[in-house]
Design a protein around this ligand. Structure first.
Ligand SMILES: Nc1nc2c(ncn2[C@@H]2O[C@H](COP(=O)(O)OP(=O)(O)OP(=O)(O)O)[C@@H](O)[C@H]2O)c(=O)[nH]1
Ligand SMILES: [Mg+2]
Length: 651
């Protein structure tokens, strides 16, 4: 027996192709909201970072009822770094809506998510989205999708995919081009018609795999997944098979279903539905909830391996412990353990050194979102520069990860972009005109060549370029990349920086700090224009004498620190990425102090603290809102430069 009135579907696409906006539209169409209820745009992007960045980070469930059929919808992130989030939810659904932006066409992540859907044996419904945009060519997009499906070895059934044309934002969908747009009803009808009814035997023993989890201070853990078989109601005793082999019996405290943005209590969970259970002591994604009498344990999810790694450790810089709530390495370990429960693509390993953890993820953004989240929660951590993860082939040769980069820029900026990518060992695969005076470039490039490139790309294209990158393969290691050689400016003594001191330093290079920042001796306060490091004093103030100062001297205004500029660029980039539309949320910057310090390897060694063997310097962004800047925007800064620092500067 199955539950014929349920459909389970996930929405997958390349980043920004309009998944979350379409979910808004479907919720409205199905009348999920009360009349007059104010609903935020992209309502499913509910966590702070998602709203600020305008991207989806976590997969989430919702549901609507359409003409008597319950449709469970899973929204997924489109950014390549969060690919693990797509992989972990595909097992819950019987079909995917593959969205393709009618303007951009099939993009690298379109390929990735389609491939994952095919691996699960799913047949997609293709949604050509954003057809309201001027200058779109839906026919061309259809050709691209067909080609993509062919190249991924689609079955006949998969090639015979249903298509619908839509504008999620304007809230309509049409089955044939040229039809009069009305609303999103046709899309919901198509889902009911084409998505196979959720199967599952209500009379078989209980079986569910945890696809996502949530934690609530009041309810505790919440295991969310699709009921494969059986039924369970509040009060039932069930078995939870943990991934380490341990088994936990628990009493179901609550059964929750989804509806719009809310969860509601269900009397009973039935095979086929997507539900949440509470009542267990411990929980990790991928574990099985099953019957005690007749247990079946499902294999854990298989997820692509990480490609980039960073070391995390407690902040041991001179100002350690001043701003964070959680500052010990035990705090750090517990936090990372908690993250591993749900962040399926993340890996954490202990290193030979106590309190230093090697944290690996799918890309810089994957890790920097974790760092930023931890910072907001009150953790004070130091992170090393991101490094790619190397592997060995069967002959023992070193292999490194390569990425595919797809770039869209105005013709005028092709020159600088191409020459920079060459320097970073990129190999051009394609270059063709795209819409209105823009050029589309495609590159294969070692992942290490991309580290820190985004900020430069934004500068080189005056914030108008679009850059997507995606893991492609492991292949033979390429040559060394020449890094830009600049030294750093290092503060000579502790004190408060002031406008006078900074004003006279700005000709030496680019400062990281503004006036009234508490600096310590040895803190890196800027980038030197030359290749050597320079010891400077940003705290130097004008000598007070009884000779009157000239009025001009009192009005010295140093240039804004690099930090503010970097932020402006991030803001610009976000706007650029949005392209056509969308009101950009203002960047929310934590008002707490901002400082970047580099503790250099040589000095560490001389203090008997050799930490990152051979890796050069550690970028410590001890609790600063420059985390993003330091991790992803400036890792190429010369923090790895050789230094002539003496240990007393690092007291
Ligand atoms: N013109 C037009 N713009 C749209 C449409 N749907 C979404 N957008 C815009 O596209 C941008 C991205 O929309 P999202 O819904 O966040 O895209 P997404 O696929 O959920 O993005 P990720 O979750 O980060 O992968 C926003 O600026 C939307 O306003 C549409 O139908 N037409
Ligand atoms: Mg989204």
């Amino acid at each position: 027996m199955s539950a014929p009135s349920i459909r389970n579907v996930a929405i997958i696409a390349h980043v920004d192709h309009g998944k979350t906006t379409l979910v808004d539209g479907l919720l409205k169409q199905a009348g999920t909201f009360r009349t007059g209820e104010v609903v935020a745009e992209r309502a499913m992007d509910s966590n702070d970072l998602e709203r600020e960045r305008g991207i989806t980070i976590l997969s989430k469930c919702t549901a609507v009822t359409w003409k008597g059929t319950r449709i469970n919808i899973v929204d997924t992130p489109g950014h390549a770094d969060f690919g693990g989030e797509v992989e972990r939810v595909l097992g819950m659904v019987d079909c995917v809506l593959l969205l393709v932006d009618a303007y951009e066409g099939a993009m690298p992540q379109t390929r990735f998510v389609t491939q994952k859907a095919f691996e699960m044996g799913l047949s997609p419904i293709v949604v050509v989205n954003k057809i309201d945009r001027p200058g779109v060519d839906p026919h061309d997009v259809m050709d691209q999708v067909f080609e993509l499906f062919m190249s991924l070895g689609a079955t006949d059934k998969q090639l015979d995919f249903p298509v619908i044309y839509a504008s999620g934002r304007q809230g309509y969908a049409i089955r044939e081009l040229g039809q009069e747009p009305k609303d999103l009803g046709p899309m919901l009808d198509l889902i009911v018609e084409k998505v196979p009814p959720a199967e599952g035997d209500i009379n078989a023993p209980l079986l569910m795999q945890v696809a996502t989890l949530d934690y609530d201070d009041y309810l505790g853990y919440m295991a969310i997944g699709r009921m494969r078989n059986g039924r369970a109601k509040v009060g039932d005793r069930v078995l939870l098979a943990h991934r380490d082999g341990k088994k936990e019996e628990f009493r179901v405290q609550k059964v929750l279903g989804f509806q719009g943005l809310k969860r509601f209590e269900l009397a009973e969970a039935l095979a086929g539905d997507i539900v949440a259970f509470t009542g267990m002591q411990n929980l990790n994604v991928g574990e099985t909830i099953t019957s005690i009498a007749e247990p079946t344990i499902l294999p854990l999810l298989k997820i692509d391996a990480p490609t980039i790694t960073m070391n995390f450790q407690v902040n041991d810089g001179p100002f350690a412990g001043k701003e964070g709530k959680y500052v010990t390495s035990r705090n750090l370990r517990e936090r990372l353990d908690r993250e591993l429960k749900s962040n399926v693509a993340l890996r954490v390993e202990e290193t030979a050194e106590a309190g230093v953890f090697k944290v690996s993820g799918r890309g810089e953004l994957h890790l920097s979102v974790l760092i930023e989240t931890m910072r907001r929660e009150g953790y004070e951590v130091c992170v090393s520069q991101p490094q790619v993860i190397l592997m060995y082939d069967d002959k023992g040769k070193i292999q490194e990860p390569y990425e595919d980069a797809v770039i869209d820029v105005d013709e005028a900026y092709v020159g600088p972009v191409v020459s920079e990518l060459n320097r970073r060992l990129g190999v051009m695969r394609e270059m063709r005109p795209s819409a209105a005076g823009r050029v589309r470039l495609e590159y294969r490039i070692p992942a290490r060549g991309l580290i820190g490139y985004r900020s430069q790309f934004m500068t080189d294209t005056r914030g108008t370029g679009v850059l997507y990158t995606q893991f492609a393969e492991y292949a033979a290691q390429g040559a060394d990349i020449r890094t830009r050689q600049n030294g750093v400016l290092i503060a000579s003594e502790e004190g408060m920086s002031n406008a006078y001191g900074l004003f006279y330093l700005q000709e030496r290079g680019q400062m990281f700090i503004g006036p009234n920042v508490h600096v310590y001796a040895g803190m890196v306060v800027g980038i030197h224009q030359r290749d050597n490091d320079l010891i400077v004093n940003p705290t130097k103030s004008k000598k007070l004498t009884n000779i009157r100062t000239t009025a001009a001297d009192e009005k010295l205004v140093p240039a804004p620190p690099a930090d503010a500029r970097v932020r402006a660029r991030v803001h610009q980039r976000r706007r650029a990425r949005r392209g056509d539309a969308g009101v950009d949320p203002p960047p929310q910057v934590d008002p707490r102090s901002q400082r970047a310090q580099a503790v250099l390897e040589e000095a560490r060694r001389s203090r008997g603290l050799s930490r990152y063997g051979g890796g050069g310097a550690m970028v410590s962004v001890g609790f600063s809102s420059r985390v993003m800047a330091s991790c992803t925007l400036t890792p190429e800064l010369p923090l790895v430069s050789q230094t002539r620092l003496t240990p007393q500067f690092l007291s």
